[in-house]
Design a binder for this molecule. Structure first.
Ligand code: BG6
Length: 481
Protein backbone atom coordinates (compact mmCIF):
# COMPACT_ATOMS: atom_id res chain seq x y z
CA UNK A 1 0.00 0.00 0.00
CA UNK A 2 1.40 3.44 -0.77
CA UNK A 3 0.71 6.53 1.28
CA UNK A 4 -1.91 7.83 -1.13
CA UNK A 5 -4.12 4.78 -0.79
CA UNK A 6 -3.36 3.87 2.82
CA UNK A 7 -6.55 3.36 4.80
CA UNK A 8 -5.36 1.31 7.67
CA UNK A 9 -2.51 0.76 10.06
CA UNK A 10 0.75 0.28 8.16
CA UNK A 11 2.60 -2.98 8.34
CA UNK A 12 5.06 -3.01 11.22
CA UNK A 13 2.93 -0.56 13.23
CA UNK A 14 4.31 -0.60 16.77
CA UNK A 15 1.43 -1.61 19.04
CA UNK A 16 2.10 -1.92 22.74
CA UNK A 17 2.04 -0.23 26.12
CA UNK A 18 3.95 2.50 27.96
CA UNK A 19 5.35 2.78 31.47
CA UNK A 20 7.91 4.69 33.52
CA UNK A 21 10.50 3.18 35.86
CA UNK A 22 9.44 5.19 38.91
CA UNK A 23 5.78 4.21 38.59
CA UNK A 24 6.41 0.55 37.79
CA UNK A 25 9.62 -0.90 39.18
CA UNK A 26 9.71 -0.42 42.93
CA UNK A 27 12.97 -1.71 44.44
CA UNK A 28 13.74 1.92 45.17
CA UNK A 29 16.80 1.11 47.27
CA UNK A 30 17.85 -2.12 45.63
CA UNK A 31 20.79 -2.70 43.34
CA UNK A 32 22.58 0.42 44.66
CA UNK A 33 19.93 2.68 43.20
CA UNK A 34 20.08 6.29 44.40
CA UNK A 35 17.09 8.43 45.41
CA UNK A 36 15.24 10.27 42.71
CA UNK A 37 12.52 12.91 42.73
CA UNK A 38 9.71 10.34 42.45
CA UNK A 39 11.02 8.55 45.56
CA UNK A 40 10.37 11.61 47.70
CA UNK A 41 6.87 12.33 46.35
CA UNK A 42 4.10 11.39 48.78
CA UNK A 43 1.07 9.42 47.59
CA UNK A 44 -2.51 10.67 47.59
CA UNK A 45 -4.69 13.28 45.97
CA UNK A 46 -2.78 16.05 47.77
CA UNK A 47 0.47 15.22 45.96
CA UNK A 48 0.43 18.17 43.59
CA UNK A 49 -0.42 20.60 46.36
CA UNK A 50 2.49 19.34 48.44
CA UNK A 51 4.74 19.86 45.46
CA UNK A 52 3.56 23.41 45.03
CA UNK A 53 4.31 24.16 48.68
CA UNK A 54 7.30 26.52 48.75
CA UNK A 55 8.66 24.54 51.71
CA UNK A 56 8.91 21.26 49.80
CA UNK A 57 12.28 19.87 50.84
CA UNK A 58 12.72 16.69 48.75
CA UNK A 59 12.96 14.61 51.95
CA UNK A 60 11.12 11.38 52.81
CA UNK A 61 8.85 11.75 55.85
CA UNK A 62 7.25 8.36 56.54
CA UNK A 63 5.53 9.60 59.72
CA UNK A 64 3.44 11.99 57.70
CA UNK A 65 3.10 10.42 54.26
CA UNK A 66 3.02 7.18 52.30
CA UNK A 67 5.31 6.54 49.32
CA UNK A 68 3.67 4.19 46.83
CA UNK A 69 6.49 4.54 44.26
CA UNK A 70 8.90 2.74 46.62
CA UNK A 71 7.41 -0.65 45.89
CA UNK A 72 5.19 0.38 42.96
CA UNK A 73 4.06 -2.90 41.34
CA UNK A 74 7.43 -4.57 41.78
CA UNK A 75 8.39 -4.92 38.13
CA UNK A 76 11.95 -4.94 39.46
CA UNK A 77 11.42 -8.53 40.59
CA UNK A 78 8.51 -9.57 38.38
CA UNK A 79 9.59 -8.30 34.96
CA UNK A 80 9.71 -11.81 33.47
CA UNK A 81 6.10 -12.54 34.40
CA UNK A 82 4.98 -9.10 33.18
CA UNK A 83 6.83 -9.30 29.87
CA UNK A 84 5.35 -12.76 29.27
CA UNK A 85 1.89 -11.20 29.71
CA UNK A 86 2.75 -8.40 27.27
CA UNK A 87 3.90 -11.05 24.80
CA UNK A 88 0.65 -12.94 25.30
CA UNK A 89 -1.14 -9.72 24.28
CA UNK A 90 0.98 -9.70 21.08
CA UNK A 91 2.89 -6.52 22.00
CA UNK A 92 5.25 -5.38 19.26
CA UNK A 93 6.72 -2.63 21.42
CA UNK A 94 7.13 -1.79 25.10
CA UNK A 95 7.81 1.74 26.27
CA UNK A 96 9.76 1.90 29.51
CA UNK A 97 12.23 4.28 31.05
CA UNK A 98 15.67 3.78 32.50
CA UNK A 99 15.93 5.12 36.05
CA UNK A 100 18.87 7.54 35.89
CA UNK A 101 19.63 6.74 39.55
CA UNK A 102 20.06 3.03 38.84
CA UNK A 103 22.87 3.95 36.44
CA UNK A 104 24.31 6.97 38.27
CA UNK A 105 22.90 6.81 41.84
CA UNK A 106 23.79 10.43 42.61
CA UNK A 107 23.84 11.75 39.08
CA UNK A 108 27.44 12.95 39.33
CA UNK A 109 29.21 9.67 40.15
CA UNK A 110 32.39 9.20 38.10
CA UNK A 111 31.52 5.59 37.18
CA UNK A 112 28.17 3.94 36.40
CA UNK A 113 26.61 1.36 38.70
CA UNK A 114 27.05 -2.08 37.16
CA UNK A 115 24.08 -3.58 39.01
CA UNK A 116 21.76 -1.04 37.46
CA UNK A 117 23.18 -1.56 33.98
CA UNK A 118 22.85 -5.34 34.35
CA UNK A 119 19.20 -5.03 35.43
CA UNK A 120 18.22 -3.29 32.18
CA UNK A 121 20.29 -5.80 30.17
CA UNK A 122 18.09 -8.52 31.65
CA UNK A 123 14.88 -6.60 30.90
CA UNK A 124 15.89 -5.85 27.28
CA UNK A 125 16.97 -9.46 26.74
CA UNK A 126 13.62 -10.67 27.99
CA UNK A 127 11.75 -8.28 25.66
CA UNK A 128 13.88 -9.26 22.68
CA UNK A 129 13.36 -12.95 23.50
CA UNK A 130 9.62 -12.33 23.06
CA UNK A 131 10.06 -10.27 19.89
CA UNK A 132 9.10 -7.00 21.63
CA UNK A 133 10.90 -3.82 20.56
CA UNK A 134 12.00 -1.69 23.53
CA UNK A 135 11.19 2.04 23.28
CA UNK A 136 13.21 3.73 26.01
CA UNK A 137 12.64 7.09 27.67
CA UNK A 138 15.95 8.43 28.96
CA UNK A 139 14.43 10.70 31.64
CA UNK A 140 10.89 10.23 32.93
CA UNK A 141 10.23 12.51 35.93
CA UNK A 142 13.05 11.04 38.01
CA UNK A 143 15.99 13.37 38.39
CA UNK A 144 18.53 12.25 41.03
CA UNK A 145 17.74 14.01 44.33
CA UNK A 146 21.45 14.72 44.77
CA UNK A 147 21.36 16.88 41.63
CA UNK A 148 18.23 18.63 42.88
CA UNK A 149 19.74 19.48 46.25
CA UNK A 150 23.33 20.17 45.31
CA UNK A 151 23.01 21.57 41.81
CA UNK A 152 19.54 23.14 41.77
CA UNK A 153 18.24 20.78 39.09
CA UNK A 154 18.22 21.74 35.41
CA UNK A 155 18.73 25.44 36.28
CA UNK A 156 22.39 24.55 36.58
CA UNK A 157 24.32 24.21 33.33
CA UNK A 158 26.70 21.68 34.91
CA UNK A 159 23.88 19.12 34.77
CA UNK A 160 24.24 18.98 30.97
CA UNK A 161 27.66 17.32 31.27
CA UNK A 162 26.32 14.80 33.79
CA UNK A 163 23.40 13.98 31.52
CA UNK A 164 25.85 13.62 28.62
CA UNK A 165 27.78 11.04 30.65
CA UNK A 166 24.56 9.19 31.40
CA UNK A 167 23.34 9.05 27.79
CA UNK A 168 26.74 8.02 26.41
CA UNK A 169 26.83 5.22 28.97
CA UNK A 170 23.42 3.82 28.11
CA UNK A 171 23.79 4.21 24.33
CA UNK A 172 27.11 2.38 24.45
CA UNK A 173 25.84 -0.37 26.72
CA UNK A 174 22.53 -1.03 24.95
CA UNK A 175 23.46 -0.22 21.36
CA UNK A 176 22.67 -3.73 20.16
CA UNK A 177 19.36 -3.95 22.02
CA UNK A 178 17.54 -0.60 21.82
CA UNK A 179 16.74 1.15 18.52
CA UNK A 180 14.04 3.60 19.67
CA UNK A 181 14.80 6.30 22.24
CA UNK A 182 12.99 9.30 23.73
CA UNK A 183 14.74 12.20 25.45
CA UNK A 184 12.68 13.94 28.19
CA UNK A 185 9.19 12.73 29.06
CA UNK A 186 6.61 15.48 28.47
CA UNK A 187 9.35 18.09 28.38
CA UNK A 188 6.79 20.90 28.09
CA UNK A 189 5.18 19.99 31.43
CA UNK A 190 8.19 21.51 33.22
CA UNK A 191 6.50 24.88 33.12
CA UNK A 192 3.60 23.62 35.24
CA UNK A 193 5.39 20.93 37.22
CA UNK A 194 9.02 21.99 37.64
CA UNK A 195 9.65 19.55 40.50
CA UNK A 196 9.07 16.53 38.28
CA UNK A 197 10.29 17.93 34.99
CA UNK A 198 13.06 20.34 35.89
CA UNK A 199 14.20 19.23 39.33
CA UNK A 200 13.48 22.28 41.47
CA UNK A 201 10.64 23.76 43.49
CA UNK A 202 9.35 27.23 42.74
CA UNK A 203 9.12 29.44 45.79
CA UNK A 204 7.06 32.29 44.37
CA UNK A 205 4.98 32.26 41.18
CA UNK A 206 6.56 35.55 40.10
CA UNK A 207 10.06 34.03 40.40
CA UNK A 208 9.37 31.16 38.10
CA UNK A 209 10.03 32.58 34.65
CA UNK A 210 13.79 33.04 34.47
CA UNK A 211 14.78 29.71 36.12
CA UNK A 212 12.15 27.74 34.23
CA UNK A 213 13.22 28.89 30.80
CA UNK A 214 16.92 28.70 31.64
CA UNK A 215 16.31 25.09 32.71
CA UNK A 216 14.44 24.43 29.45
CA UNK A 217 17.41 25.84 27.52
CA UNK A 218 19.73 23.42 29.29
CA UNK A 219 17.39 20.55 28.48
CA UNK A 220 17.29 21.58 24.81
CA UNK A 221 21.09 21.53 24.66
CA UNK A 222 21.09 18.17 26.47
CA UNK A 223 18.47 16.81 24.09
CA UNK A 224 20.56 17.79 21.05
CA UNK A 225 23.59 16.14 22.58
CA UNK A 226 21.52 13.00 23.12
CA UNK A 227 20.52 13.04 19.43
CA UNK A 228 24.16 13.55 18.40
CA UNK A 229 25.49 10.67 20.51
CA UNK A 230 22.58 8.40 19.63
CA UNK A 231 23.32 8.81 15.92
CA UNK A 232 27.07 8.41 16.43
CA UNK A 233 26.89 5.37 18.70
CA UNK A 234 23.81 3.62 17.21
CA UNK A 235 23.56 4.85 13.58
CA UNK A 236 20.45 2.78 12.81
CA UNK A 237 18.51 4.05 15.89
CA UNK A 238 15.79 6.72 15.94
CA UNK A 239 15.42 9.22 18.74
CA UNK A 240 12.37 11.37 19.42
CA UNK A 241 11.17 14.14 21.68
CA UNK A 242 8.20 13.50 23.99
CA UNK A 243 5.58 16.14 24.62
CA UNK A 244 2.32 16.49 26.49
CA UNK A 245 -0.12 17.50 23.74
CA UNK A 246 -3.45 19.06 24.63
CA UNK A 247 -5.35 20.57 21.69
CA UNK A 248 -6.90 23.81 22.82
CA UNK A 249 -10.33 24.98 21.67
CA UNK A 250 -11.95 28.34 22.07
CA UNK A 251 -15.20 28.29 24.07
CA UNK A 252 -16.92 30.18 21.24
CA UNK A 253 -16.30 32.16 18.05
CA UNK A 254 -15.43 35.40 19.81
CA UNK A 255 -12.10 36.31 18.13
CA UNK A 256 -10.66 37.36 21.49
CA UNK A 257 -11.25 33.85 22.83
CA UNK A 258 -9.95 32.23 19.66
CA UNK A 259 -6.76 34.25 19.87
CA UNK A 260 -6.36 33.35 23.53
CA UNK A 261 -6.81 29.62 22.80
CA UNK A 262 -4.31 29.84 19.94
CA UNK A 263 -1.74 31.52 22.17
CA UNK A 264 -2.22 29.00 24.97
CA UNK A 265 -1.87 26.15 22.51
CA UNK A 266 1.30 27.49 20.93
CA UNK A 267 2.84 28.05 24.32
CA UNK A 268 2.04 24.57 25.64
CA UNK A 269 2.15 22.43 22.53
CA UNK A 270 4.63 24.14 20.23
CA UNK A 271 7.29 25.98 22.19
CA UNK A 272 9.44 22.99 23.16
CA UNK A 273 8.49 21.02 20.06
CA UNK A 274 9.56 23.85 17.74
CA UNK A 275 12.98 23.94 19.38
CA UNK A 276 13.48 20.17 19.41
CA UNK A 277 12.08 19.52 15.93
CA UNK A 278 12.83 22.65 13.91
CA UNK A 279 16.04 23.32 15.81
CA UNK A 280 15.14 26.95 16.55
CA UNK A 281 13.41 29.03 19.19
CA UNK A 282 10.08 30.06 17.65
CA UNK A 283 9.58 33.74 16.95
CA UNK A 284 6.41 33.91 19.09
CA UNK A 285 8.36 33.24 22.28
CA UNK A 286 10.33 36.51 21.95
CA UNK A 287 7.37 38.57 23.07
CA UNK A 288 6.73 36.27 26.01
CA UNK A 289 10.37 36.53 27.09
CA UNK A 290 10.20 40.32 26.82
CA UNK A 291 6.98 40.61 28.82
CA UNK A 292 8.27 38.30 31.56
CA UNK A 293 11.78 39.80 31.67
CA UNK A 294 13.45 36.54 30.70
CA UNK A 295 17.02 36.79 29.48
CA UNK A 296 18.44 33.43 28.64
CA UNK A 297 22.10 32.71 29.14
CA UNK A 298 23.04 31.07 25.88
CA UNK A 299 26.64 30.01 25.34
CA UNK A 300 28.51 30.11 22.05
CA UNK A 301 27.66 27.03 20.04
CA UNK A 302 24.36 26.24 21.82
CA UNK A 303 22.07 27.46 19.05
CA UNK A 304 24.18 25.81 16.35
CA UNK A 305 24.04 22.50 18.25
CA UNK A 306 20.26 22.74 18.61
CA UNK A 307 19.97 23.46 14.88
CA UNK A 308 22.28 20.63 13.90
CA UNK A 309 20.67 17.88 15.98
CA UNK A 310 16.86 17.96 15.86
CA UNK A 311 14.95 14.80 16.81
CA UNK A 312 14.01 12.12 14.25
CA UNK A 313 10.37 11.82 15.27
CA UNK A 314 7.78 13.34 17.60
CA UNK A 315 6.27 11.27 20.36
CA UNK A 316 3.51 12.61 22.54
CA UNK A 317 0.87 11.82 25.14
CA UNK A 318 -2.79 12.45 24.45
CA UNK A 319 -5.44 12.06 27.13
CA UNK A 320 -7.80 15.00 26.67
CA UNK A 321 -8.45 18.35 25.05
CA UNK A 322 -8.89 21.69 26.75
CA UNK A 323 -11.36 24.51 26.18
CA UNK A 324 -10.37 28.08 26.93
CA UNK A 325 -11.77 31.55 27.24
CA UNK A 326 -9.95 34.74 27.86
CA UNK A 327 -11.72 35.77 31.03
CA UNK A 328 -12.64 33.06 33.48
CA UNK A 329 -12.92 32.84 37.21
CA UNK A 330 -11.40 30.15 39.36
CA UNK A 331 -14.74 28.37 39.93
CA UNK A 332 -14.87 27.46 36.21
CA UNK A 333 -11.56 25.60 36.22
CA UNK A 334 -11.63 21.93 35.23
CA UNK A 335 -9.49 19.09 36.51
CA UNK A 336 -7.06 17.75 33.97
CA UNK A 337 -3.70 16.32 33.06
CA UNK A 338 -1.35 19.04 34.32
CA UNK A 339 -3.21 21.88 32.60
CA UNK A 340 -6.94 22.34 32.10
CA UNK A 341 -9.38 24.98 30.92
CA UNK A 342 -13.14 25.40 31.34
CA UNK A 343 -15.96 22.89 30.84
CA UNK A 344 -16.62 21.77 27.28
CA UNK A 345 -20.39 21.11 27.13
CA UNK A 346 -19.92 18.43 24.44
CA UNK A 347 -17.60 16.18 26.41
CA UNK A 348 -17.93 13.72 29.28
CA UNK A 349 -15.30 13.47 31.96
CA UNK A 350 -13.50 10.53 33.57
CA UNK A 351 -13.80 9.75 37.26
CA UNK A 352 -10.74 11.96 37.70
CA UNK A 353 -12.33 14.84 35.81
CA UNK A 354 -10.34 14.56 32.56
CA UNK A 355 -12.45 15.36 29.49
CA UNK A 356 -12.75 12.44 27.09
CA UNK A 357 -12.30 13.57 23.48
CA UNK A 358 -11.31 10.98 20.85
CA UNK A 359 -11.84 13.44 17.97
CA UNK A 360 -9.33 15.70 19.71
CA UNK A 361 -6.76 13.00 18.99
CA UNK A 362 -7.41 13.25 15.25
CA UNK A 363 -7.12 17.03 15.54
CA UNK A 364 -3.84 16.61 17.42
CA UNK A 365 -2.36 14.21 14.87
CA UNK A 366 -3.25 16.57 12.04
CA UNK A 367 -1.99 19.67 13.85
CA UNK A 368 1.33 18.03 14.64
CA UNK A 369 1.85 16.55 11.18
CA UNK A 370 0.84 19.74 9.37
CA UNK A 371 3.29 21.79 11.37
CA UNK A 372 6.30 19.47 11.50
CA UNK A 373 5.98 16.79 8.78
CA UNK A 374 7.89 14.34 10.95
CA UNK A 375 6.76 10.82 11.85
CA UNK A 376 4.55 10.78 14.95
CA UNK A 377 4.36 8.19 17.72
CA UNK A 378 1.48 8.20 20.23
CA UNK A 379 3.30 6.91 23.31
CA UNK A 380 0.65 7.60 25.99
CA UNK A 381 -3.14 7.51 26.00
CA UNK A 382 -5.59 5.71 28.23
CA UNK A 383 -8.30 5.79 30.83
CA UNK A 384 -7.57 6.01 34.55
CA UNK A 385 -10.53 4.35 36.31
CA UNK A 386 -11.55 2.44 39.41
CA UNK A 387 -11.83 -1.26 38.53
CA UNK A 388 -13.96 -3.80 40.35
CA UNK A 389 -12.89 -7.40 40.80
CA UNK A 390 -16.03 -9.56 40.61
CA UNK A 391 -16.64 -12.55 42.88
CA UNK A 392 -15.49 -14.90 40.12
CA UNK A 393 -12.26 -12.90 39.77
CA UNK A 394 -13.17 -11.27 36.46
CA UNK A 395 -12.69 -7.55 35.78
CA UNK A 396 -15.13 -6.27 33.20
CA UNK A 397 -13.63 -2.97 32.10
CA UNK A 398 -15.87 -2.25 29.12
CA UNK A 399 -15.40 1.50 29.74
CA UNK A 400 -11.65 1.12 29.09
CA UNK A 401 -12.28 -0.87 25.91
CA UNK A 402 -14.68 1.84 24.71
CA UNK A 403 -12.15 4.60 25.46
CA UNK A 404 -9.24 2.92 23.68
CA UNK A 405 -11.41 1.78 20.76
CA UNK A 406 -12.72 5.31 20.17
CA UNK A 407 -9.19 6.67 20.15
CA UNK A 408 -7.90 3.98 17.80
CA UNK A 409 -10.74 4.79 15.37
CA UNK A 410 -9.53 8.38 15.29
CA UNK A 411 -5.93 7.28 14.75
CA UNK A 412 -7.13 5.32 11.73
CA UNK A 413 -8.95 8.40 10.42
CA UNK A 414 -5.81 10.48 10.86
CA UNK A 415 -3.74 7.94 8.94
CA UNK A 416 -6.31 8.28 6.17
CA UNK A 417 -5.90 12.06 6.45
CA UNK A 418 -2.26 11.47 5.50
CA UNK A 419 -0.59 11.47 8.91
CA UNK A 420 2.49 9.29 9.35
CA UNK A 421 2.05 7.37 12.59
CA UNK A 422 4.71 4.92 13.77
CA UNK A 423 2.91 3.28 16.64
CA UNK A 424 0.66 3.35 19.67
CA UNK A 425 1.68 2.47 23.21
CA UNK A 426 -1.24 3.04 25.56
CA UNK A 427 -0.40 4.19 29.05
CA UNK A 428 -0.02 1.69 31.88
CA UNK A 429 -0.76 -1.66 30.18
CA UNK A 430 -0.31 -3.06 33.66
CA UNK A 431 -1.74 -1.07 36.61
CA UNK A 432 0.90 1.21 38.09
CA UNK A 433 1.25 4.19 40.41
CA UNK A 434 -0.36 7.39 39.13
CA UNK A 435 2.10 10.22 38.51
CA UNK A 436 -0.27 13.03 39.42
CA UNK A 437 -1.76 11.62 42.62
CA UNK A 438 0.40 8.65 43.59
CA UNK A 439 -2.73 6.50 43.71
CA UNK A 440 -3.01 2.81 42.80
CA UNK A 441 -6.78 3.09 42.50
CA UNK A 442 -6.40 5.15 39.31
CA UNK A 443 -5.88 2.12 37.11
CA UNK A 444 -5.00 2.16 33.41
CA UNK A 445 -4.05 -1.48 32.87
CA UNK A 446 -5.16 -4.39 30.73
CA UNK A 447 -3.51 -6.32 33.56
CA UNK A 448 -4.82 -5.80 37.08
CA UNK A 449 -2.38 -5.70 39.99
CA UNK A 450 -3.62 -6.52 43.47
CA UNK A 451 -2.17 -3.48 45.18
CA UNK A 452 -4.13 -0.71 46.87
CA UNK A 453 -3.78 2.90 47.94
CA UNK A 454 -3.01 1.92 51.53
CA UNK A 455 -0.11 -0.25 50.33
CA UNK A 456 -1.91 -3.57 50.96
CA UNK A 457 -2.27 -6.32 48.34
CA UNK A 458 -0.58 -9.48 47.12
CA UNK A 459 0.77 -7.96 43.88
CA UNK A 460 -0.91 -10.80 42.01
CA UNK A 461 -1.54 -10.07 38.31
CA UNK A 462 -4.94 -10.76 36.65
CA UNK A 463 -6.07 -10.36 33.05
CA UNK A 464 -8.93 -7.87 32.64
CA UNK A 465 -11.52 -8.11 29.87
CA UNK A 466 -9.60 -5.44 27.98
CA UNK A 467 -6.56 -7.76 27.94
CA UNK A 468 -8.28 -10.16 25.53
CA UNK A 469 -9.75 -7.32 23.51
CA UNK A 470 -6.41 -5.51 23.00
CA UNK A 471 -4.68 -8.81 22.18
CA UNK A 472 -7.09 -9.24 19.27
CA UNK A 473 -6.70 -5.62 18.16
CA UNK A 474 -2.97 -6.18 17.81
CA UNK A 475 -3.40 -9.60 16.18
CA UNK A 476 -5.58 -8.00 13.48
CA UNK A 477 -3.36 -4.89 13.16
CA UNK A 478 -6.25 -2.70 14.29
CA UNK A 479 -8.83 -4.17 11.89
CA UNK A 480 -11.04 -5.73 14.58
CA UNK A 481 -12.01 -3.18 17.16
C1 BG6 B 1 1.55 11.54 31.77
C2 BG6 B 1 2.83 11.04 32.39
O1 BG6 B 1 1.38 12.89 32.05
O2 BG6 B 1 0.35 11.05 32.26
C3 BG6 B 1 2.73 9.70 33.08
O3 BG6 B 1 3.87 10.99 31.44
C4 BG6 B 1 1.44 9.65 33.85
O4 BG6 B 1 3.87 9.52 33.90
C5 BG6 B 1 0.27 9.78 32.88
O5 BG6 B 1 1.29 8.54 34.67
C6 BG6 B 1 -1.10 9.67 33.50
O6 BG6 B 1 -1.22 10.58 34.55
P1 BG6 B 1 -1.67 10.12 35.99
O7 BG6 B 1 -1.56 11.31 36.85
O8 BG6 B 1 -3.07 9.63 35.83
O9 BG6 B 1 -0.74 9.03 36.38
Amino acid sequence: MNKLTEKSFPEGFLWGGATAANQLEGGFQEGNKGLNVADVLPGGKGRLQILKNPGFDFEINTEKYTYPNHEAVDFYHRYKEDIALFAEMNFKCFRMSIAWTRIFPNGDDPEPNEEGLAFYDRVFDELIKHGIEPLVTIAHYDMPVHLVKNYGGWRNRDVIVLFERYVKTIFTRYKDKVKYWLTFNEINSGHEMPVQGLGFAIQEESDKYQPTFQAFHHQFVASSLAVKYCHEIIPEAKIGCMILYIPTYSIDCNPANILYAQQESRFLNNFCTDVQVRGEYPSFIRRYFKEHHIQLEIQDGDLELIKQYPVDFISFSYYMSRTEKREKDASEAMEGNIVAGVKNPFLDVTEWGWEVDPIGLRITLNELYDRYQKPLFLVENGLGANDKVEKDGSINDDYRIAYIRDHIIQMKEAIEDGVELMGYTSWGPIDLVSAGTGEMSKRYGYIYVDKHDDGSGTLERKRKKSFYWYKNVIATNGEQL
